[in-house]
Design a protein around this ligand. Structure first.
Ligand SMILES: Nc1ncnc2c1ncn2[C@@H]1O[C@H](COP(=O)(O)OP(=O)(O)OP(=O)(O)O)[C@@H](O)[C@H]1O
Ligand SMILES: [Mg+2]
Length: 394
């Protein structure tokens, strides 16, 4: 049921309007004074308020003000005599929907009230729609974030498999050597046995370190605490996971920390996730470039080599500096018209199954949460550089 409040110190106006709107099916509240109107307003919300401007005590403008404060969407129509036309116009500036001049034609009053009520309905619908959209965007963003994390986990699983392979091979070679000696009755030297067993222990330790790392990464790292971690620790942590893989891809990796010991107040694994994304992208750009180099015989003297340079440095910026980690590659580079899209979710130039286009958007989200940013520069055909900038601590 639509609700209307009518405020007027003229009894006849009140009763005739009340009769009319009740007959139209409205719920009607009446007040003979501004203050009474304001008191009713504090307990009840209306679709439309019809108020006289000039009343003893609290005026129509006071009613308008009180209503706008409590219910910004409720439309208020001012009723006025010719003498108060200035006040009426002023009330429009304070948010009144319209004003009506005395003497009133019921038809006109009815028309204005219905219009005002419709406006309110539309505004509320729009607000609801907006709120729904906002909720949807928030939900989607959350989904994307988790999706991105799953993807980097699967990327990481591939890296871990690579990393585990090497110590496993080592262990099985040592064990096989021992077995052959025993089977062939070759005398086993005590010292030699000791060093082989030691080597096996070292390799198993390395494996369990990698597995532990993976476990921490895979756990709910959103809840992991932030800690002060150095660029060296972050970069070495990444290389432990993908170093062997990069070697398999014949990629030269150089690391330069200048000055050494730059620290970041972050969750180690989240920053590592960002860096791994950048390293994986560099790896893919280098592999792609290698194919082009081969196909088009770009460097007949073989003087192009896949390279990734990782650097950490300080960027001064007034009082507030940034600690920066940079990943530079000499791969395909990025075409100018693609630069604007890099951080959009699902933007990828990779073939289906190879890239989902979530790496950079997820990374952007993480760095943004730490009040930092990611910069990109690229010369198409020559390579790309991605920089992660985080505010330097106090
Ligand atoms: N180092 C780089 N060199 C050249 N292009 C790059 C580089 N890094 C990113 N890009 C471009 O940006 C696109 C988006 O990267 P992003 O990491 O978001 O997604 P992706 O690598 O395609 O897929 P995903 O990371 O989800 O597996 C890539 O497809 C690629 O075109
Ligand atoms: Mg990627």
């Amino acid at each position: 049921m639509k609700k209307i409040l009518i405020v007027d110190d003229e009894k006849e106006t009140l009763t005739s309007f009340a009769r009319h709107f009740e007959s139209m099916g409205w719920e009607v509240d009446l007040a003979e004074e501004g203050a009474e109107g304001i008191a009713i307003l504090s307990k009840k919300e209306f679709d439309v308020i019809l108020t006289d401007i000039k009343m003893p005590g609290a005026t129509g403008t006071d009613v308008l003000r009180a209503s706008k404060k409590l219910y910004p969407d409720t439309e208020v129509i001012m009723m006025t005599g010719y003498k108060d036309i200035d006040k009426a116009i002023e009330s429009l500036n304070s948010g009144a929907y319209a004003y009506l001049n005395k003497p009133f034609r019921l038809e006109e009053v009815n028309h204005k009230v219905v219009q005002a009520c419709e406006k309110r309905r539309l505004i509320q619908k729009e607000k609801e729609h907006h709120a729904n959209l906002e909720r949807l965007v928030k939900e989607k963003a959350k989904e994307l974030y988790h999706h991105g994390r799953m993807i980097s986990l699967s990327e990481m699983a591939a890296g871990v498999a690579h990393e585990l392979n090497q110590p496993l091979n080592g262990i099985s070679t040592f064990a096989e050597g021992m077995l052959i000696r025993i089977e062939r009755g070759i005398k086993i030297d005590k010292e030699k046995t000791k060093s082989i067993l030691k080597e096996i222990l070292i390799q198993t330790e390395r494996m369990s370190e990698i597995i532990n790392h993976m476990r921490t990464f895979a756990s709910d790292f959103e809840r992991l605490p932030q800690q002060n971690i150095t660029a060296e620790q972050i970069v070495q942590g990444c290389l432990k996971l993908v170093g062997t893989q990069l070697k398999h891809h014949q990629i030269d990796v150089s690391v330069k920390m200048d000055p050494p010991g730059l620290s970041f107040l972050v969750n180690e694994y989240r920053l590592q996730q960002v860096l791994l994304n950048l390293i994986h992208n560099a790896r893919d750009a280098l592999d792609e470039k290698a194919e082009i180099v081969k196909r088009e015989n770009l460097y007949p003297n073989n003087n192009w080599k896949k390279q990734i340079e990782i650097k950490a440095f300080l960027r001064e910026n007034g009082d507030k500096g940034f600690h920066v980690i940079e990943v530079r590659d000499n791969g395909t580079g990025i075409a100018e018209d693609k630069m604007d899209n890099l951080f959009q979710p699902f933007f990828t130039t990779k073939e289906p199954g190879k890239g989902t286009g979530l790496g950079l958007s997820t990374s952007y989200g993480i760095i943004n949460e730490y009040s930092g940013r990611i910069e990109v520069e690229s010369e198409y055909g020559k390579g790309a550089v991605f920089r992660v900038l985080l505010p330097a601590g106090e």
